[in-house]
Ligand binder design. Structure first.
Ligand code: SF4
Length: 294
């Protein structure tokens, strides 16, 4: 793993494309991801971003934006004004192309510094998205922030299987991530399980029932089709993920599988679908929001 310290000129990126419907800004304290060689890294949509990759191998580099918190404080008021003028709400997706609690965070603590900066000057809404149990290192600060801005914790948990055939292990075990969901929900923090990308499920009724009893607020169901930044999942189709899914359940590579799972999830919890789910729009099956399958 090659780790480079870099200085950034900006840290709050005005969103475009898929993310524009989710938040006004994204925030990435790192470029690259230390989880890139685990299961989620195999089909991670960021690895197809040539502008970020610059010829490097995904999972083999991390650029550390060591001045991220300082730049946040220098630019937050300008970006807040821009967001309110353009959309009415200054919302941050933290993070869209890296994991804020990847292994190097324990050394550099950029995410912690940014959360601290936000305590002084918070956004209107903050979405914290991670695969990593290390988020628990900051649970006190996150709880404190949830009292001063609209905050959701999104834990990526692809379903009820820890492993798929032919893929490496996930960054953190399924059970450990279930425990993280519970710890945040127990504190009354809005906590969402993101099945992204959705894996073939063993026992969806039992799984969503368990999530509901844990006390989370909602689930987001996101298939690689419509979820990898292309309308037809063409990026993911170049990876090992579809084959691994097909070996377990061939029907799981069709978008209709997402819709079938969403209907089951809706018996137990509010459900969001793909981008509108990441934006915080949920419903039970009887009350269908934008993006809900027909
Ligand atoms: S943790 Fe997130 S950013 Fe990192 S490899 Fe996995 S999906 Fe990609």
């Amino acid at each position: 793993m090659k780790v480079d310290e870099i200085y950034c000129k900006s840290i709050l990126t005005r969103t475009s494309g898929y993310l524009k419907t989710v938040s006004s800004h994204s925030l990435n304290p790192y470029v690259g991801c230390g989880f890139g060689r685990s299961a989620c890294g195999e089909a991670c949509y960021v690895r197809f971003n040539q502008w970020l990759m610059r010829g490097r191998e995904w999972g083999q580099f991390v650029d550390v934006k060591i001045n991220a918190a300082e730049v946040y404080l220098q630019t937050v008021e300008k970006e807040k004004k821009w967001a309110r003028k353009n959309g009415g709400c200054f919302s941050i997706f933290f993070s869209s192309s890296t994991d804020p609690w990847q292994p190097v965070e324990r050394k550099y603590r950029l995410t912690r510094q940014l959360l601290k900066a936000m305590q002084g000057d918070p956004p209107d809404q903050l979405i914290l998205q991670t695969h990593a149990t290390f988020i628990l290192d900051d649970i006190e600060r996150i709880q404190s922030l949830s009292g001063i801005c609209g905050l959701r914790v999104h834990i990526s948990i692809e379903g009820d299987r820890d492993r798929l055939p032919g893929l490496p292990p996930p960054p953190c075990s399924l059970e450990d991530r279930m425990e993280v969901l519970k710890k945040f929900a127990d504190r009354g923090i809005q906590t969402v399980a993101c099945l992204s990308p959705l894996y073939p499920m063993k026992a969806p009724d039992a799984f969503f029932s368990r999530l509901s009893k844990i006390g989370i607020s909602a689930v987001v169901i996101d298939h690689f089709i419509q979820g990898d930044g292309t309308p037809d999942g063409s990026r993911t189709l170049k990876t090992k993920l579809p084959q691994a899914m097909t070996e377990i359940a061939p029907e799981s590579v069709d978008l209709s599988y997402r819709d079938a799972v969403a209907r089951i999830a809706g018996k137990y919890l509010p459900v969001g679908i793909s981008a509108s789910g990441f934006a915080g729009h949920y419903s039970h099956t009887l009350d269908q929001p934008e993006g809900w399958p027909a």
